[in-house]
Design a protein around this ligand. Sequence first.
Ligand SMILES: Cc1cc2nc3c(=O)[nH]c(=O)nc-3n(C[C@H](O)[C@H](O)[C@H](O)COP(=O)(O)OP(=O)(O)OC[C@H]3O[C@@H](n4cnc5c(N)ncnc54)[C@H](O)[C@@H]3O)c2cc1C
Length: 418
Amino acid sequence: MKHKIETLVIGGGAIGICCAHYLQEQGREVMVVEKGDICSGASHGNAGLIVPSYSMPLAAPGVISKCLGWLADPESPFYIKPSLRPTLFHWLWKFRGACTMQHVHRSIPVLRDMTTESLRLFTGLAAGENMDFGYEKRGLLELFRTPAGFEQGKNTFKLLQSYGIKADVLGNADLAQLIGGLKTYAVGAIFSHGDAFLIPDKFVKQMAEYAAGRGVRLATQVEVIGFKKAGRRVTRVHTTRGDISVKEVVLAGGAWSSQIARDLNIRLMIEPAKGYSITFRKPHHCPEIPCTLAEAYVVLTPMRDTVRFAGTLELAGFDQSINLQRVKAVLKTVPRYFPDLDPNTMEVEEIWQGLRPCTPDGLPSIGRPHSCDNVMVAAGHGVLGISLAPATGKLVSQLLTDETPFMDPRPLRIERFS
Ligand SMILES: Cc1cc2nc3c(=O)[nH]c(=O)nc-3n(C[C@H](O)[C@H](O)[C@H](O)COP(=O)(O)OP(=O)(O)OC[C@H]3O[C@@H](n4cnc5c(N)ncnc54)[C@H](O)[C@@H]3O)c2cc1C
């Protein structure tokens, strides 16, 4: 390709497409390269939650002992595939180091501010002409089956409330009303008012279509395989369809970002963490608001005429096979919370797996690496990539156009693990 692309975005998931959209809005000429189809990675089949109430980072005190207890259980929500990969050891070591209250207190305001900005942007995007991606602001219901789980949930929400994230402990009558009278074995429930949800695949594809209509070029089935540098700048990007001359590059390759960055000698600490979702045609009796089945770490999201259950976190490298035992384990938990909601009697639409791009501290990595002047990384969004996508796109566009960013980007700098 002779023509020099002003901004080349690598990755056509929620993050890459949002970066492309906001950069185009700032007047940049943008091209997105995606090795598969738009939204074929983790952004496709996730639970679609936009959740300020999840501002507690994954790395927190008590998490390690809980995970160790789960390792031998083939039906547990967490699994590490035995491996001698040094990158995995290093990642786990950094994760262990981040499991402190100090880190929790540092991270909550960062995630709160990003998810809140995203909510504001989602509301505007959903109101746009021809935009219909199932965006609903109905809150999130967290259900607890055990008194111990409920106590722990209340402690987390007390902490989040001290940061201004609003939630209520519900009485039985309010709970029954919220779930439309569906029978439940929950012994306690917490309702987070500010949360929303959407259909993620529709969101990313509609945003991509919208951006394309405004001049963003989308190149699918094009894989980035390397880079040519001159001094501290990338000048050409090598792809499976030839070279592309570039002025600047945004690296939004999700779980693959550290592999892509290796050719630039940029070290990103991002591990793929596999999760599953199972989507059914929605049965007659089904909650109409998203619910977290707390002790099981399973999410239920109603998506128009379907309902999706999502869960598990497997550190198994880039293995994208579907382990049916874990899929069944996710589904088995549902009647333990809703005895009249039995997935065995429901019509399956899709069984899916996706690789979450996880950093050890649960915050995304956004910023320029020290070694490259014209590369911007936007990756590592872990369990929150949909919640953080518009805010990330906005932040990246502000940083690249020297506008004042809506937040302090320093907690997200990519060299923080060195
Ligand atoms: C089961 C599950 C449930 C989840 N639920 C939620 C939720 O409710 N709310 C929430 O906020 N988040 C949720 N997440 C997390 C969310 O899905 C991810 O954080 C988010 O999708 C990451 O977006 P991304 O654009 O960074 O990555 P991706 O969507 O994976 O996009 C990266 C893209 O880069 C492309 N790519 C990779 N390498 C190359 C290359 N060399 N050249 C060109 N293209 C390349 C890939 O094909 C891919 O399409 C969930 C995840 C899972 C697995």
